[in-house]
Structure formats: C-alpha cells, structure tokens
Design a protein around this ligand. Structure first.
Ligand code: GAL
Length: 935
C-alpha cells in the first residue's frame, strides 16, 4: 500500500517526539536490564522504590506516576476523604499527595494529636491504601499552602524560638515532636510495610543550600536544618525515598547532581514545581520548567481580591489538555497536580490574603463535585495508567503535537512521520489530514502494545484498554467532527458491531481503519479477537475503568469498562449482576457480551430553610462596667519582646504583639484603661492606633461604650494607623477610669519568614486548647466564641436569648451580635448531597451608600467556622459546608452568626457514597462547662 505523503499545508504545529525502549517492553524484562548508561538507584534502605534517569520503579516495575494533591486538614470530616480518594483513583491517577500541618497537629509545644477527627492520619493512610493509591507525604514543617504562617505552629511565631526554618536549637526542639509524630504515623504505611507511601518530602520549596550557587559555596546553617529533618525521618523509620520540591531550577538546591562539592543535605529524588499560569494567576510573576514535578499547576488559589472561584478559565479544560500533554513531551514521568482537591480554609487556617474557599479551581471542586476539567484529566489519566512505556523514553513511541505558543487559536492540518517496527511513514494514510486546533495537545502512539496486540499507529488518542475474559478491548477517542485513523496488527477484517460506519482497508500487516467521529460510541470487532471502541470527547468523559484490585499499579486484566454514568469509583464482579449504589440492577446481555443496565434519574431535594432565629449581643466588653479580670484576659504589659520583626527601640511599650501573650488566631479584643485627672486642663482629645493585622484586617474602637470608628479593611492593606477623635467631651471621664476597647479582626500570619511579624492587638480567647477537634484555628476572641455559643451543645435557658430575631432584620448602629438558627434536615438515604450557605446583604432602603456592606460575618455551622463573609472586600458569598459537619438527619443543625443567609443545594447525586450515612455526631459537640470561665 502506498504511504500517504505529507500535506503541503503542514504546521506551524510543532512535533515533539520522544522515545521508548521498546525492546525491553517486548521482552518483558525489567528495567534493571536496560542497555542505557543510567544506573538503577535506590537509597540503600530498601529496594522496593527505585529510580533512574527515566522514572520511578516500584517492585521492579517502571511506571508513569500521575498524582494529585489534597490536604486532609482542609476537609475535616475523615468520612469524606474516601470519596476524594476514590475520585482521584477514578481519574486514572496512581498517587495522592498530602501536606500535613504542623500547627493543626501540634496544639502546644509539648503535645501532638494524630487521633482526634481530621488529625487521624492513620485513617487517611489506611483509606489511601484500600482505595489503591500510592501516597506522597509532605509534612513540612513549613508547607506554605496559602496558610497562616505557612502551616507552622502559631505558638512558634513569637520570636522565642529563634529564626524559623533554620538549624537553631530552640526551633529544632519546637518541630521535633511533630516530625517524630508524623514519621511514626507514616512508618507502618510505607510500601515496604503495610501501606502505599512511596515518597516523603523534606521541607517545602526551601532553596538555601548555597550561599553562592555559582561558586558552590555551601550555606551550612540551612544544610544542617535540612539534615536534621532528614535524620529525624530516618531515625523514625522512614525508608522510602526522600524528596524535595524546588520552586524553580535556578536555586539548584538539594540535588545530588548539583551538589558536586559534597555540601550535604541532598535528597534522594529532586523535584521541581511549576505553575505556568502562575500560582496567583498573574503570569508576569512566574516562569516554567521540567522529570519529577511534585507540584504542577492544577488550578489557582482564590485570594480576597482574586477572581471569584479561582482561575477557572485559564486553568480549565484547554489548559489541562495542553499542559499536561506538554509535560509528557518533556519526559516528565512523575507528575503531581497541585491541587486535585483544594477544599476549605475553614476557621482561621488561611494566610491573610486568602478567604474561606480553597476551591483552587481544582478538578474536584470544594463541594466535591466534578465536571469537565475532572473528565479531561481523566482522559489523560486513564491513558497514562495503561501506557507505562511513557515512563521509559528511548524509542519513538509517542508523538506529542501542540502549537509552539499556547495562545494560538489557529487550526492546523497536519500529517506526521511515525517510526514503527514496520518502517517509517506519514500518517494518516487513508483519511484526510489530522487536525490540531487552538490550545489542543495530542499524543499519538506508534507501536503501542495492548495485551498481545499492537497498534502500529493511531491518529485518534488512546483513552485506555482493558483485558476482559482474555480479550483486549481498546478505546480510542477523537473530538467530534474529526477524523481518526489507526492500524491494527494481526487482523485481516473488522466489522462494525454498533455505531457509525468506518472504512476498513486491509494492509500487509493488518487492518487500517478510518472514521469521522460523529459522536457516541462505535464498537468494532476484529477477526483476531480484538474489540476497539471509538468515542468522541464527551463520550470519553463518561468512560470509566474501575479497578478490580487494590494494587495502585492496576494491572490491565483487573479492570472493568463502564460507559455512561457521572462517576464510577469501584466495581466488583459477581456473575451478571450489576450492583449499583448499594442495589442490584437488572441487566440485559448484548450480543457483544456486554451488560446494559438502566439507572434512575437522581432525586431532587427541597431546599432546606433555616428557622427559629435567636440572638444575643456579643460585645459586653465595650461597657466600662464589664469585668476583664477572668482567665480569658491576659495583662498585656510586656516591656521586652522576642519579636524580631519590629524595631523594639522605636515601638511604644508595652509591646502589644498578640502572639507573645498566647493569642494567635481570629478576632482579638484589646481593652485599655486610662485615667484623666479631674482638673486636667488639656485632656486627651482622641487616640492614635497603630495596627498590623494582615491584609484585609479590620477593626472597630469604643471609648467608654461609645463607638469611635471602624475600618472595613482593604484586600491589600496590612496596617492601619487611625487617629480617632473622641466624639464629645462627655465621652471622656475625668477623674475616673476610661476604657478603650478595640476589636481587631486579624487575618492571620504571613507565610515564609514574615510569619513572625506578629500583630499588635490583644485577644481574649482561651489559649486554644479547649476544642481539641476543631482546634484553635476555629475560633477567636469574641464573647460568643469564648463562651461557646457557636457550639451545638450550648443550651442556655430560653430567657438567655434576646427578642431581636432574624439576622436579615439587621441591627441598629455598630456592635457585634450573635445569631443562632436551626436547620432541620432530612436528606434521603442513597444521595450524595452538598449544601452551601449563601449570604445576601440586607437591602439598604436608601440604596445610595454602602451601608449594605458595612459589616463582617463569621458563619459557624454546628460549631465549625465555615465562612468569613467580608462583603466590602471580597465577592465570596457562598460557603459549602460538608456532610458530617451538617447532620443530614438532624432537627438541630445549628447555624451561628449570620446576616441574610440562605441555604442552597449545590448538587444531589444518586451515589454509593451515602452522605447521610456519615456517623458524624462526634464532629458536632464540644461545649464544656469550662467555657463559662471565659466571660
Ligand atoms: C507553591 C507552594 C505551595 C502552594 C503553591 C501555590 O510554591 O509549594 O505550598 O503555596 O505554591 O498554591
């Protein structure tokens, strides 16, 4: 047969070819038997996880490691972790990566918690193992992650522990219990023991190995810090490879290849993070590079003033399609997406510039729903799971085709010369040219082996294949309207058993098949027993390959193929019965030996309503007669400070750095007393405040109960220096005690070295150890929080509540008011439902000023702070709250502090994951008598 020759209209598409050592694959030999100059390495502590120049090998098997990041602490309902893990696995990924959070696990310098609620990482590692995912553990102690102090324990940020992220003794002692704890929890779950952990990361994007990188002059203090962390991991039994994630190639730190002078601290496997659309979505701030990418962009964060919902457009389907294929073109063989599930910055977890959502525009949304981005990643993920040859790159087997410029929107017709075992020739051979449009990337295969079969080439993309009853079933996809072609070895004829017509052309080594994709499913049978299914992109989105094994390697003869549903996470085979979401479905068997079942439309649920509002004033502290003698209050009169961030000589005393008084999160109350002589001829006329509060901070001030002023904040301002005149002479008391009250809404600690910046202001919350489950990140110093009014089992006599009821009525003048309502829920069983709370500003009758936005709201749901609504600063107004925090069969779901809030149903899907079935009672308690002391 004649070879089709290239079109003259070719390109400007760029063709990137790369290679696979096919001989090895054909012989079925292990990579140890390669003829390459690259040695097979391990760290000498174990031989299960090895690596070489090309890829990782697990138990001697080379693999393309595709994974995604989630943070267990950002979804504090352990029962929901499994759902995320199953979704990751359903995408064809083999790994989940986690940060663990020092501040969350170490409430005090001498205690760690790896047990209570979401602290229970044993539960997470068991689930990951049972779902069949490898795990990368990234404990920090610094993790960045858009978190207050980058996840460092807040008590370590006073300055008393010396320079953070260095080798000093106090700082080393501070992180040791946590690093000991996380390593000990991880140890039994390593792949060498009873689990699937394969990688352990040291620190996070910590460069610093060199004082002078060009001359390789070591930075001994930083090296000693990294070595202490490495020694700690090893001492506690971590034997899997240690890795590092460099923020950019220019730092050249911690890689054995860069460290030619034996400086020390080098990890086993060096990795490079890359955010081509920039982590902030501002491309001018970032560059890009290449085979282990511990963090490749999976979306983008949602800062206060960033795009609502993150960076959905620029990191959506096109981005996924183009960039992830491009990474493959650059021979990346270990690719972890940051984030695959973002979750929520509940409470005060976030860094100052971030709001409540950490949706991250990730493939799995904050409310756990999935959509086209998820499906597009799945289209590639399923391919990477069956194309282990991707991990070994010395034979032209894959052709990645893309425009040179990502921004190109033009459509190119192209043919490409492929190198196969039957020679080199241009493809497509019998159909019109292939098409590449816009931001698309394509991976075309040559000599692709599936089971005992070979495709010499395909201009359609391989979605996946499975070996079922000893028979190979291959799925190829093409965008709708496009032609696709493939050459199957060993067959002489084929037939269409259902779907569209295709062209079969017999050839010397098999059959060439061409079609134009018109949508849907076309099933072809070949006389060598092979079945090939052709689908368009949208149909491919709903093709699932559930594993019938827990082995994260997912052998191709241990999978099922399912087409149709929104999501398929797992499958079991029992004769011809399909068990679907807990029920047996009747099936019919087709003449192709497939089973067809019909599933019902999802039930809808009624939107629930919050009822029975009650309220109480929550600012008794403004009243001069209020007593601040109780244990909630600490006398802030230090004249010395360990804080290195301020020039103490020019800062007025006493020092008001809240952290050194033990207050680290949330709204702080500062109460100051001063007297003015009765006969003073020049009494003070106002007060000057100097407030460092994190970007988006805000405050209000009162003198003797009279409102002086407030600031609603600005997404970019982290300080404010107001001068507040006393409104009338009568406000100031002469010859007696004057009480100044400042409520200071502090938005948290900066990341990196600025974590120690400290904030001026005093807080009155208990020292944060009362609520072990929700931790100190959940609450600040408001009366309602100190006394636990936000907790479900706070049950005061009904006389406690004042008459003002629904928050939508608003309240006159400045103040802080706590509202409490109940949300009765009766979610039917068998549905996975996501609910969210949406705020609407109360209507300002005048409609001519901003009064409608002159407030801030904290939302508590069953005790959990699940929303910070700052309408004057951010557009974020809807806060998804997970099942488990909400009781789906509860009369008494408690909603606290709200203005004009309504509940919205984000989605309801019929599911084997039954959100109502969560036994979450233990997540919804927490009020204890001891709270009374913090009035
Ligand atoms: C990386 C960092 C992550 C996260 C990410 C942006 O530099 O390692 O922790 O902050 O940027 O989301």
């Amino acid at each position: 047969m004649d070879l089709w020759s290239p079109l003259s209209r070719l390109f400007p598409a760029v063709l990137l070819t790369w290679t696979l050592f096919a001989l090895c694959f054909q012989l079925g030999c292990s990579a140890a038997n390669t003829s390459t100059p690259w040695p097979l390495l391990d760290n000498g502590l174990q031989h299960t996880v090895q690596w070489d120049h090309y890829s990782l090998l697990i138990n001697g098997e080379r693999l393309f490691l595709f994974g995604g990041e989630m943070h267990p602490f950002r979804l504090p309902v352990p029962e929901l972790w499994e759902d995320i893990l199953q979704k990751i696995e359903a995408m064809g990924m083999r790994m989940v990566s986690i940060y663990t959070h020092w501040g969350f696990h170490a409430p005090t310098p001498d205690s760690v918690d790896f047990r209570t609620g979401a602290h229970n990482l044993t539960c997470f590692l068991e689930m990951a193992r049972d779902v069949g995912l490898y795990v990368m553990v990234r404990p920090g102690p610094y993790i960045n992650g858009e978190l207050s102090a980058g996840g460092m324990a807040l008590w370590s940020t006073t300055g008393a522990y010396g320079t953070l992220r260095l080798n000093g003794t106090a700082y080393t002692h501070s992180w040791t219990p946590y690093q000991d704890g996380i390593a000990r929890v991880t140890r039994p779950f390593q792949i060498t023991e009873n689990g699937t952990v394969i990688i352990f990361q040291i620190e996070n994007e910590y460069g610093n190995q060199w004082r002078d990188m060009n001359h390789k002059i070591p930075n001994w203090e930083a090296i000693s810090y990294v070595e202490k962390l490495e020694d700690n991991a090893r001492k506690n039994g971590i034997v899997v490879p240690l890795t590092h994630n460099a923020p950019n190639q220019n730092g050249r730190a911690w890689s054995k290849d860069y460290d030619t002078v034996g400086a020390g601290g080098d990890v086993d496997i060096y990795g490079l993070d890359s955010y081509p659309q920039c982590w902030s979505c501002v491309t001018s701030e970032c560059g890009s590079q290449p085979p282990f990418m511990p963090e490749f962009q999976g979306g983008a964060m949602n800062p206060w003033d960033g795009p609502a919902g993150g960076c959905q457009e620029r990191t959506g389907v096109d981005f996924v399609n183009f960039y992830y294929r491009d990474n493959i073109a650059q021979r990346v063989t270990m690719l972890n997406l940051h984030m695959i599930y973002g979750g929520t910055n509940w409470g005060w977890l976030a860094a100052p510039f971030m709001g409540t959502s950490y949706d991250y525009s990730a493939a799995i949304s904050e409310d756990r729903s999935i959509g086209d981005k998820f499906y597009e990643i799945k289209n590639l993920g399923l391919f990477t799971r069956v194309a282990d040859e991707l991990a070994f790159t010395d034979w032209p087997a894959f052709y990645v085709i893309r425009h040179v410029q990502t921004a190109s929107a033009s459509e190119e017709w192209f043919a490409i010369k492929v190198n196969t075992s039957i020679g080199e020739f241009y493809v497509p051979k019998i159909s019109s040219a292939a098409v590449l449009s816009g931001n698309e990337g394509k991976i075309l295969v040559a000599d692709f082996h599936f089971g005992n079969q070979t495709l010499y080439y395909a201009t359609a993309e391989v979605l996946t294949y499975s070996i079922i009853d000893g028979k190979e079933i291959l799925v190829l996809w093409t965008p709708s309207g496009r032609s696709g072609e493939f050459y199957l070895n060993g067959a002489t004829t084929g037939t269409v058993s259902s779907g569209q017509s295709v062209t079969f052309v017999g050839s010397d080594h098999g059959v060439i098949v061409a079609n134009t994709q018109r949508g849907g499913l076309t099933v072809l049978e070949f006389d060598n027993g092979v079945r090939i299914i052709l689908v368009d992109r949208k149909t491919a989105y709903k093709v699932w390959v559930p594993a019938l094994t827990k082995d994260p390697g997912v052998p191709v003869d241990q999978t099922a193929l399912v087409v149709g549903p929104y999501l398929v996470c797992s499958a079991t085979l029992t004769g011809t019965t399909i068990r679907w979401n807990g029920a047996d479905l009747p099936t019919t068997k087709t003449n192709r030996s497939t089973l067809v079942a019909t599933i019902p439309q999802p039930r809808t649920i009624l939107v629930p309503k919050i009822v029975d509002w009650k309220s109480h004033d929550s600012l008794p502290e403004r009243d001069p007669s209020y007593s601040d003698a109780g244990p909630a209050w600490v006398l802030a009169n230090d004249t010395t400070s360990p804080n290195p961030a301020f020039n103490l000589n020019t800062t007025t005393k006493p020092y008001l750095f809240a952290d050194q008084y033990g207050f680290h999160t949330g709204i702080r109350l500062w109460r100051a007393h001063f007297s003015v002589p009765a006969d003073s001829t020049s009494p003070p006329t106002g007060v000057c405040l100097s407030i460092q509060g994190g970007t988006a901070h805000g405050w209000s001030a009162y003198l003797n109960g009279v409102f002086l002023g407030s600031w609603l904040g600005d997404a970019n301002a982290d300080t404010s220096n107001p001068t507040l005149p006393f409104p009338a002479n009568s406000t100031l008391l002469r010859g007696g005690d004057n009480v100044l009250l400042v409520i200071h809404d502090d938005t948290g600690h900066d990341q990196g070295s600025a974590a120690v910046a400290g904030t001026a202001g005093a807080s009155s919350s208990p020292h944060g150890t009362i609520d072990a489950l929700r931790t100190r990140y959940n609450e600040g110093g408001l009366t309602a929080e100190r006394l636990g009014w936000h907790l479900p089992n706070f049950n005061p006599p009904s006389s406690f509540w004042e008459s003002r009821s629904a928050p939508s009525e608003g309240f006159p003048g400045p103040g802080v008011r706590f509202y409490r309502g109940t949300l009765p829920l009766h979610i039917p069983r068998g549905l996975d439902v996501s609910l969210a709370f949406r705020f609407q500003p109360p209507l300002d009758p005048e409609q001519n000023n901003n009064l409608g936005y002159g407030y801030r709201v904290l939302l508590f749901v069953n005790g959990w702070q699940y929303g910070r609504y700052y309408p004057s600063i951010a557009s974020e107004d809807t806060f998804p709250v997970p099942a488990g925090v909400l009781d789906y069969e509860g009369q008494e779901n408690m909603v606290g502090l709200a203005v004009g809030v309504e509940v919205v149903v984000r989605y309801a899907v019929e599911s084997g994951f039954d959100s109502k079935g969560i036994e979450g009672g233990y997540l919804r308690g927490g009020w204890e008598e001891v709270r009374r002391e913090y009035a």
